[in-house]
Every structure is written in structure tokens, then in C-alpha cells.
Design a protein around this ligand. Structure first.
Ligand code: 13P
Length: 263
């Protein structure tokens, strides 16, 4: 974790905690994160809980940010079942996850759609968290870097338009929800490669963009990952549904940030 970039710990709740249970979870996260001044903490509830969670956090004067898990690139119109950036803003979101591997794999999202969604987020005042990562088959075929490079290159122009506010999350698909976590060294290697790709587009962008690791991050494996120079935080799935465990990951990030600052 480089002291230049503030750590970011984001919890992707996926299709869970979409009602009053989402408010309870968000409030518990707010309590766990209340003293952690060194780290940005974000929760990403399902659409149905976005407004209620945002209101609860606002009422408690919490610094915890709210992300949507997806958006459509148009602002409004005949797109049944879709939700636009302006709607997400009204619901209180200030972040949006884009191109998660579950969206790419299960819902046919392409690199082109991801780029359009980042553009919509930029236009709508939402900070994009753009997910990239290879499948197990791609990894076994030795294509990890090529796949990640293709995904990053497709996003880099719009990430540039987001300035330092954009985030890239490297989530190897084989590590998501499997308990198989990338080794800190392997993850660092890919994060360094992503930062190099950003630098080729824009040196400043590479310095300011936070890169998150995602895939089976838990309180007991977070430290080794977050200690890596190019890993600026984590995108947490399953472990984000438990406020204590999620809070511990944020605590580890805060501790490492404090250590970094005193070096
Ligand atoms: P898990 O932490 O459950 O592996 O999920 C990671 C993820 O997909 C976050 O977006």
C-alpha cells in the first residue's frame, strides 16, 4: 500500500441484504469503521436497499460511502429493469461497481459496455470501481496478463476522464467465492502490471488510481495482500456480509496506512 493513495475497503453485497437487513448491516459497518480515519469504507447494497442504506448512513453522519453494483449507460428511457446514474445519485450512491465478473460472465457484459458504463458514471458524478480479472481457464492457458490488459485498455480512456477518482479492482474469477485467494506476490504482480498499463496512458492516472484486490478476501488473509505496494485496498464479497469481519479488514488497512505514514 503506497502512502500516496488512501486505502479503500469496499464491500460488494451482491444479491444479499436488500431490505431492512441491509440497513442493519450498513449501520454495523458504520460503527466498525467510525474511528478509522485513514481508510475509505464503502458498501454496495442491491438497488432495493440503496436509498434506505444511504439515508441511515447520512442520519448517523457516517463517512461510509455507498456504491451501486451496476448501472445502465443511458439516463432514462425504455430500458425495462435498468437503473441509470442519475437515479443512483438520487438514491444516495456516490460510487458504482462496473464490469464485475458476474456481470461479464452471467449477463454478457462486454468491454465496450463496460466503457459506456464508466462514461455514464463519469457524466453522472459517480466514482467507478471497474472490475477486471481472468477466469481459471484463461489463467491455466497463461493468458492472465493478456486478458487483464485487454480489459484495462478498454476502460482506460474513461478511467482517465474519472481522473484520480476511478478505481480498478483486480478480481481473478477463480478466486471469487471459492476460498482460493491469490498469493500476495501473484496479486502484486498483476496490480503492478495494471499500474504500468495506466501509466502508459497517463502517468498521473497511474499514481492516483487506487487498485483493489478482490477474491476471497477475509480478515485472516487481508494483511499480506494489503501490505503490497500496488494493492490499495480490497473489494470484499462474502466477508462483507459480516460487519465485524469486514470491519477487521478495514482496521488492517488503517493500521498499514498508519505504518506507511511513519516510515
Ligand atoms: P468473495 O469475497 O466472496 O470471493 O467475492 C469477491 C467479489 O466478487 C467482490 O466483488
Amino acid at each position: 500500500m503506497d502512502p500516496l493513495r488512501r486505502p479503500l475497503i469496499a464491500g460488494n453485497w451482491k444479491m444479499n441484504a436488500g431490505g431492512s437487513d441491509g440497513c442493519d448491516l450498513a449501520l454495523a459497518v458504520a460503527r466498525a469503521a467510525a474511528e478509522l480515519d485513514e481508510v475509505d469504507v464503502v458498501v454496495a447494497p442491491p438497488f432495493t436497499a440503496l436509498a434506505a442504506v444511504s439515508n441511515e448512513l447520512y442520519n448517523k453522519k457516517s463517512e461510509v460511502g455507498v456504491a451501486a453494483q451496476n448501472l445502465h449507460w443511458e439516463e432514462s428511457g425504455a430500458f425495462t429493469g435498468e437503473v441509470s446514474a442519475p437515479m443512483l445519485r438520487v438514491a444516495g450512491a456516490t460510487w458504482v461497481i462496473i464490469g464485475h465478473s458476474e456481470r461479464r460472465q452471467l449477463f454478457g457484459e462486454t468491454d465496450e459496455m463496460v466503457a459506456k458504463k464508466i462514461a455514464a458514471a463519469n457524466a453522472g458524478g459517480l466514482k467507478p470501481i471497474v472490475c477486471v480479472g481472468e477466469t481459471l481457464a484463461e489463467r491455466e492457458a497463461g493468458e492472465t496478463l493478456a486478458v487483464v490488459a485487454r480489459q484495462v485498455k478498454a476502460a482506460v480512456i474513461e478511467l482517465g476522464r474519472a481522473g484520480g477518482e476511478g478505481v480498478v479492482a483486480y478480481e481473478p474469477v477463480w478466486a471469487i467465492g471459492t476460498g482460493k485467494v491469490a498469493s500476495p506476490e501473484d496479486a502484486q504482480e498483476i496490480h503492478a502490471a495494471i499500474r504500468k498499463l495506466l501509466a502508459e496512458a497517463d502517468a498521473e492516472l497511474a499514481v492516483t488510481t487506487r487498485l483493489l484486490y478482490g477474491g476471497s478476501v477475509k480478515a485472516n488473509n487481508a494483511e499480506g495482500l494489503l501490505a503490497q505496494l500496488d494493492i490499495d485496498g480490497a473489494l470484499v464479497g462474502g466477508a462483507a456480509l459480516d460487519a465485524d469481519g469486514f470491519g477487521k479488514i478495514a482496521e488492517i488497512a488503517a493500521k498499514l496506512a498508519r505504518q506507511g505514514k511513519t516510515e
